[in-house]
Design a protein around this ligand. Structure first.
Ligand SMILES: *Cc1c(COP(=O)(O)O)cnc(C)c1O
Length: 395
């Protein structure tokens, strides 16, 4: 719990700083120790027989994991009954799906889901007898017609991976609950700071904490936040599958959480500034960022989110692949690589057409996904000016 002092309800910004800190148990230190441990000793045979003690075995929890779980629970809000920790975002997703599904179940998955989520459904889940149907991210309440008698869960993600479609999650959740199905949300883009999905009808909210929670491109980590109805399933699956995260990564995730609000405020501001800058470039056909007014998902973003982060896509006017590569090679501040959510700016070219099945990806030109980091935006614009000059020269 947050220190020994009593206080009233706090804003999420303050909770990020104060929660999960038991300074008296830490001999006055602000941060918990990085506890490395498997065996936990019991003082007496009676304690051993009764499994008495706050911690029983390293895989089941340590003072370090407890601090992170408490801080994440405070961030998720009152609808969160428990938080599971996983060694990666993909592990958080696969653990959740294995926790709630069984053979002969049917699963609905948003067509714009993170690609490895689809791979898990089409690979492991299919082998285990679970059928997956992909649906149009913009389906809204119309999802009702896709439910079968054995539909167990719906997987959503907002906005969509790479393509940034904005689904109406409260409407999807309402339809799912009317049919007795669970709603699982990959909330990595917004984090619980900018959208508390458990307050919007979602039963299980997943974070690839590798991204903004860690925030420094130095850990792989995943979290599973569940409501009271689903937490027993998640807790059981974590135990049975032996899912646990390394102590250094647990500590770094907690450290990242402490500065999440200032980092995200910058990503929000700088991301929007860069999105508008791209929108005014002659080389750009379209910017896909739900927080800009012209975006088709803007109304939902405004209703459901309290902020935007630094990841969005840009569609260029038709130009050769060679010219796009010349632009990418000319950039010095935008690194080329997967993942995002760290302090640095990144870019990748992408084409979703081979991994969308319920919708067609046809943006009208080459697509680039940008992550706007913590650099000065004037420096980023100057770097992109050189990139666009190289693109033009190669055309
Ligand atoms: C990166 C990412 C993941 C996977 O996280 P890892 O930690 O890389 O396994 C899952 N979902 C989304 C939306 C992501 O961007």
């Amino acid at each position: 719990m947050s220190s020994s002092k009593d206080h009233g309800p706090l804003t999420p910004q303050t909770e990020l700083v104060t929660s999960g800190r038991d300074t008296s148990a830490q001999k006055g230190f602000i941060n918990p120790p990085i506890v490395r441990g498997s065996t936990v000793l019991y003082p007496t045979a009676d304690d051993l027989h009764a499994h008495r003690g706050e911690f029983q075995y390293g895989r089941h929890g340590t003072p370090t994991t407890k601090a992170l779980q408490e801080a994440l629970m405070a961030l998720e809000g009152p609808n969160c009954a428990g938080v599971g920790l996983a060694p990666s975002g993909v592990s958080a997703i696969s653990t959740t799906l294995l926790a709630v599904l069984k053979a002969d179940d049917h699963l609905l998955v948003i067509d714009s889901a993170y690609r490895p989520t689809r791979n898990f459904c089409d690979g492991v889940l299919r082998r285990y007898g679970v059928e997956t149907t992909y649906f149009d991210p913009l389906i809204g309440a119309g999802i009702e017609s896709l439910f079968k008698s054995n539909t167990r869960a719906v997987v959503v993600e907002a906005p969509g991976s790479q393509s940034f479609e904005m689904p109406d999650i409260p409407a999807i959740a309402k339809a799912a609950h009317a049919k007795g199905a669970l709603v699982i949300d990959d909330n990595t883009w917004a984090t619980p700071l900018y959208r508390r999905s458990l307050d919007q009808g979602v039963d299980i909210s997943i974070q690839a904490a590798t991204k903004y929670i860690g925030g420094h491109s130095d850990i792989m980590f995943g979290t599973i936040s569940a409501n009271a109805k689903t937490w027993p399933l998640i807790a059981e699956a974590i135990r049975m599958l032996g899912v646990c995260a390394g102590p250094d990564d647990v500590f770094l995730a907690l450290r990242g959480l402490r500065t999440l609000s200032v980092r995200l405020a910058h990503h929000h501001r700088a991301g929007l500034e860069m999105a508008y800058w791209f929108a005014n470039r002659p080389e750009v056909l379209r910017v896909i960022h739900p927080a800009i007014e012209s975006d088709p998902g803007h109304a939902i973003w405004k209703r459901d989110f309290t902020g935007a982060t630094g990841l969005f896509s840009v569609v260029l006017k038709p130009v050769s692949a060679k010219s796009v590569d010349a632009m990418l090679d000319a950039l010095k501040l935008f690194g080329m690589g997967y993942s995002w959510g760290g302090f640095e700016s990144l870019v990748i070219p992408f084409d979703c057409s081979s991994y969308r099945t319920a919708t067609t990806w046809n943006p009208g030109g080459p697509a680039l996904r940008f992550h706007i980091g913590l650099e000065n935006t004037d420096d980023l614009k100057a770097d992109l000016e050189s990139g666009f000059a190289a693109l033009k020269a190669a055309d």
